[in-house]
Design a protein around this ligand. Structure first.
Ligand code: NAD
Length: 442
């Protein structure tokens, strides 16, 4: 999370809302994920009772909790925690603070965490949670109180061996420090030091791991590197565009630029910017940290959302929200590769257009799984009271990401299916083995 209020003069007339969704019925994100599940299940002939179980989350928790605002007013907040599957290990997944949070979206995101952990062979299941509010409209002290009351309301529904939250859109390492402290001082008070693993993505000094801040972007870059190797594409001198310049987008931009890829267009909730000479992603990242968004960044031309999607580049990294690339955006894109840093950025119509146009797609379940992978390393370090070096974290992540990429790519080739369906199918194959071994209780 890094954005704050944007001066309307800077936002200008450029809309940040996908035009193809304006006035359209609510996007059914969970239904889309269920359809992918069905398609992948058909490819591997998954036993239908397992598909049925995995088609819905195990638990859907909704809490309402009061928070005293700085003005003295009491506001009631609605918080969610969706626990999709824990057959492979504790539920695991981020906390999202966003005004658009809905139960169905979190069900979609929680299911995707199950596929990601299974694909990456991490002993975690899938979860996701959040609060429906805009964190940029409250003060830092209010944000802290909202977080602490939310964690307190969830109480024993989360736990370091049961359900482990992490950062997502609108939350960051500071949010996780407050969450851990609240849990330690309430539910886990009897064993404070051994419950550090209640959340991952913590600041390093408070029990976090080195390399977690960049982990998701790093994972995206490992996948892009493997894709380039497979295609014989030279990244040196290539160009990229990035939508969303928060945690995932900014680190992807910074790390890809180290490989010689130039960032020519970028966008976030405040609007879109273009610089044919290439942005300095480090400086832009620092700028966003300080100002809260890309708005007002010097030496750049403000462009519309439509112009952003039509910008010619080699690689496009969507790293904002779901349902950003519909059929219009996909038709406008002038790139060779779309690498999904965000969860669900392409809707099915958009994906179909990309495929028909021969644009390669690295699916979210694979491409952004570096975050949960390094979260797992953090959790293991907390359990062992260890602190791994950055080199160790980086090496493990690189091996894990590249192996997963090769497996998905190989599966897609051998089964003549898309990379997304291949990633789901591999995950389902691993889940099926465990269901078959354990069978159904009682
Ligand atoms: P973040 O809050 O750090 O950044 C989100 C970015 O999206 C910001 O730059 C924001 O301005 C931009 N944005 C918001 N609304 C927008 C709009 N309407 N149009 C254009 N841009 C908009 O969040 P993040 O952690 O970087 O997460 C981004 C995506 O990556 C999400 O889909 C999230 O689920 C996914 N993801 C995150 C992680 C992680 O480790 N943080 C891991 C896996 C997947």
């Amino acid at each position: 999370m890094s954005q704050s209020k944007i001066p309307s003069s800077i936002v200008g007339a450029a809309s940040v809302v996908p035009p193809s969704t304006q006035g359209a019925p609510k996007y059914e994100f969970f239904k889309v994920i269920q359809d992918y599940l069905d398609r992948a299940a058909a490819v591997i002939k998954l036993d239908d009772y397992i598909r049925l179980i995995l088609s819905q989350p195990k638990n859907e928790i909704i809490v309402h909790f009061p928070v005293r605002m700085d003005s003295g007013e009491i506001r009631l907040f609605k918080g969610y925690r969706i626990q999709h599957s824990n057959i492979l290990g504790p539920f695991k997944g981020g906390l999202r603070y966003h005004e658009g949070v809905t139960l169905d979206d979190l069900k979609a995101l929680a299911s995707m965490m199950t596929w990601k952990c299974a694909l990456m062979q991490i002993p975690f299941g899938g979860g996701k949670g959040g609060i429906k509010f805009n964190p940029h409209t409250v003060s830092k002290t209010e944000l802290q109180r909202v977080t602490r009351r939310f964690v307190h309301s969830l109480g024993g529904n989360i736990g370091p061996d049961y359900d482990i939250p992490a950062p997502d859109v609108g939350t960051n390492s500071q949010t996780m420090a407050w969450a851990m402290d609240t849990y330690m001082n309430t539910v886990g008070h009897f064993s404070k030091q051994s419950v550090k693993g209640i959340v991952t993505g913590k600041p390093v000094a408070s029990g976090g791991t080195l390399g977690r801040d960049k982990a998701t972007g790093q994972g995206v870059v490992h996948c892009i590197t493997e894709w380039a190797r497979e295609k014989g594409f030279d990244l040196e001198g290539a160009t990229m565009t990035v939508q969303g310049f928060g945690n995932v987008g900014s680190f992807t931009g910074v790390l890809l630029s180290k490989l010689g890829v130039s960032l020519v267009a970028v966008g976030d909730h405040s609007g879109y910017l273009y610089n044919p000479e290439g942005f300095n992603p480090h400086k832009l990242q620092d700028y966003v940290q300080e100002k809260g968004s890309i708005a007002g960044y010097p030496n750049a031309r403000i462009i519309s959302r439509e112009e952003f999607f039509a910008t010619k580049a080699d690689i496009f990294v969507p790293a904002a929200l779901e349902n950003q690339i519909g059929k219009d955006e996909a038709a406008a894109l002038n790139v060779k590769l779309v690498a999904e840093g965000a969860n669900g950025p392409c809707n099915p119509e958009g994906e179909r257009v990309l495929i028909d146009r021969g644009i390669d797609l690295l699916p979210d379940v694979l491409a952004n799984s570096g975050g949960v992978t390094v979260s797992y390393y953090e959790w293991v370090q907390n359990k062992r009271s260890e602190q791994w070096s950055l080199e160790e974290v980086d090496d493990r992540l690189e091996r894990a990401m590249k192996e997963a990429y090769r497996e998905v790519s190989q599966f897609a080739r051998s089964h003549r299916c898309e990379m997304r369906i291949a990633a789901y199918a591999l995950a389902l194959t691993r889940l099926e083995i465990v269901y078959k071994q354990r069978e159904i209780f009682p």
